[in-house]
Design a protein around this ligand. Structure first.
Ligand code: WT7
Length: 631
């Protein structure tokens, strides 16, 4: 705890430049928060009234803990707000999407009119494959415009998308296809990364074995000179399907509580959890936070570097910014290719005003050196954002000084797949404290509490929790009511986020990290159980235990302790093979960086592996209470 105490007493404050804080949508934070607290329903109704509905709600909220229904009786379609409304309200020829791929001038640009047409065509294509309201569609694509188009096309016709991040391996895709019961899978021949093409379709071929719900696989063939062959009995060409559909596709009328998408997130025990979000509340939460937290203005060019395959991309690449009629940059490129100036080059080239990225990227920028950003004109930037894991004070200061020219606001946003939208940050204009995400945004009540749900004394570590329902909250965990209830019945009857945090005297929240068996590696949630079961599926492995080990660049790396079956010997060769095995089954993001062979693993008397003992030993720390340890 010594280090945390140090952090909390070392309270530097920064005030953003008066220019940046002037005329924000939020105005004065305290006033806005009070307005919300005085009348939560009125507050959210005010936001919802900004959006288009085909029928308005009878009531704002019905809350029977843990079940919430928002905007009861309301109807509409999120893509009407993302597309049609912009086309009809003067943004018809405004740029909606700028896509930048690797290589000089490799860009594709869609105006709102063009994006609307593409979405309608693909929506009609999906319909022609028999996809309708409530059907599930799995989208496994790299970061190309078609990924955004496919998501919106599903939403247009009421199909429920489940997007799988393009870096996942076949076992991970399989679990998500089977879990969601997908009827159609949308994929591509390959993705592009650091000058290399990475084949994708074969992973889907493996993933749909024993996935009986899948009827079609739609394949985007990016390589047009020598296109890969399609297995026509099941596979359909993406562009042909688009070409067959009309430019007009009416919006399916959705009830506010109809599911919009399922997004899988790592679970602390075993299988990934299918987080279910519904149309109405999610739409309002995504719209509100994008507009007010980033303070998006009409002329802004906005860049969130996340993949749409994560919740950050769902809410802050696709739905939020498009509802605001913003010009959104999407890029398949990486920060350090062709050189370490790539991101700064794009910010200069496209005149990016709002830049939202992850601590792991920021730490990588620091390592690559200030000379890279220094070479570019970053003066278009107005707002900086961070998400995914704690933004440590050193990284905060660097981001502020080098990228923000010691004057831009930084919004360090804490939220989750489950929350659907930002929950904690420092609203623009408020004093910023490096290391602290900030306070609850107006509209939510986040707190740091003890095991009973009572407020933890300022400066002490507690559980991060949410006291009141909010519109974009998940409605359930797919096919797992029990897991859903656990979020709301573990500490008192408030929402348990699974993070540890500290609140200071001013109510600012510092998020420390996960309190459960999740490891955040480069901002990605990895469940220890998933990696362990991948390891155990290798023929040589008897048992495996996985821990997160702090790493200056990635936040954490994965370290695995492995016991072998009789007849298998530890070797460097086997280590490599095990790492490779995890790469193939789960994908490169879940690969252990270190493997240690052990004769036994520490366990409780009931047989549960005690990862905390391994972790303490690894970090040279006190393992704490060992009374339940076997022998
Ligand atoms: C977990 C949720 C929400 C989009 C990305 C991750 C960690 C997220 C922050 C932040 C400290 C953060 C938490 C959280 N996290 N943002 N600003 N400061 N930690 O979504 O994969 O659902 O992960 O990411 O541990 O619980 P996710």
């Amino acid at each position: 705890m010594a280090e945390e105490q140090h952090l909390i007493t070392d309270q530097r404050r920064y005030y953003p430049d008066a220019e940046a804080a002037r005329d924000t949508w939020i105005g004065d934070y305290a006033t806005a928060y009070e307005e919300y607290r005085n009348s939560p329903d009125k507050f959210w109704e005010g936001i919802a009234n900004d959006l288009h509905w085909t029928r308005k709600w009878d009531r704002v909220l019905e809350w029977n803990n843990p079940d919430a229904r928002w905007f009861i009786g309301a109807k509409g379609n999120i893509t009407y707000n993302c597309l049609d409304r912009n086309v009809f309200n003067g943004r018809r020829n405004k740029v909606a999407l700028i896509w930048k791929g690797e290589g000089e001038e490799n860009e594709r640009i869609y105006t709102y009119r063009q994006l609307h047409a593409a979405v309608c065509k693909f929506a009609n294509g999906l319909k022609s494959l028999g996809v309708g309201k409530g059907d599930r569609v799995c989208i496994y694509l790299p970061m190309v415009p078609e990924q955004v188009i496919a998501m919106l096309a599903c939403a247009r016709i009421g199909a429920v998308h489940t997007v799988v991040f393009g870096g996942f391996g076949s076992a991970a895709i399989h679990a998500r296809i089977v879990g969601s019961g997908a009827k159609v899978v949308v994929t591509a021949d390959h993705s592009v990364r650091r000058g290399k093409t990475i084949p994708l379709k074969h992973l889907v071929e493996e993933a749909i074995i024993d996935a009986p719900t899948v009827e079609y696989v739609v394949v985007l063939r990016r390589e047009t000179e020598h296109p890969i062959e399609l297995h026509r009995e099941m596979e359909v060409d993406f562009d042909e399907l688009m070409a067959s559909g009309s430019r007009r596709c009416p919006c399916e009328e959705m009830d506010a509580e109809d599911p919009l998408f399922i997004l899988y997130t790592s679970g602390s025990t075993g299988a990934p959890k299918g987080i279910v979000h519904t149309f109405g509340g999610y739409m309002v939460g995504a719209y509100y936070t994008t507009k007010y937290v980033f303070d998006v203005k009409e002329q802004d060019t906005y860049w969130c570097s996340a993949d749409p395959g994560w919740i950050t991309g769902h809410t802050y690449v696709v739905y939020g910014p498009l509802m605001l009629g913003t010009t959104v940059l999407v890029s398949e490129t990486t920060p350090d290719y062709p050189d370490a100036g790539n991101y700064w080059d794009m910010i200069e080239e496209y005149g990016v005003n709002i830049f939202y990225t992850a601590p792991t990227a920021i730490r990588m920028f620091i390592k690559m050196g200030d000379e890279w950003p220094d070479r570019y004109d970053l003066s278009s930037l107005r707002v900086l954002g961070s998400v995914g894991e704690p933004l440590n004070p050193e990284a905060w200061e660097w981001f502020y000084r080098v990228i923000g020219n010691s004057k831009l606001p930084i919004v360090d946003t804490w939220w989750q797949t489950e929350t659907g939208m930002h929950m904690v940050t420092t609203m623009i204009g408020e004093p910023m404290k490096p290391g602290f995400a900030g306070k609850s945004i107006p509209g939510v009540v986040v707190d740091v509490v003890n095991g009973e749900g009572e407020p933890a004394p300022p400066g002490t570590v507690g559980f991060l929790a949410v006291r009141e329902p909010w519109p974009a909250m998940m409605r359930t965990v797919l096919d797992n009511r029990e897991l859903y209830e656990k979020y709301w019945n573990t500490i008192g009857n408030i929402y348990k986020a699974g993070d540890l945090a500290i609140k200071d005297e001013d109510g600012y929240i510092m998020v420390i990290g996960r309190s459960d068996d999740l490891i955040i590696v480069s901002g990605h949630n990895i469940g220890t159980a998933e990696v362990e079961s991948a390891l155990v599926s290798h023929k040589a492995v008897a048992e495996a235990a996985v821990i997160g080990k702090p790493d200056p660049l990635k936040g954490n790396i994965i370290k695995a302790f492995v016991t072998l079956k009789v007849g298998h010997e530890p070797s460097e060769r086997l280590k490599k093979e095990l790492i490779y095995h995890v790469r193939i089954t789960l994908g490169p993001i879940a690969m252990p960086s270190e493997i240690e062979f052990a004769d036994t693993l520490p366990k409780t008397r009931s047989g549960k592996i005690m990862r905390r003992v391994l972790k303490a030993r690894e970090l040279g720390m006190d393992p704490g209470d060992l009374s339940t340890l076997e022998e």
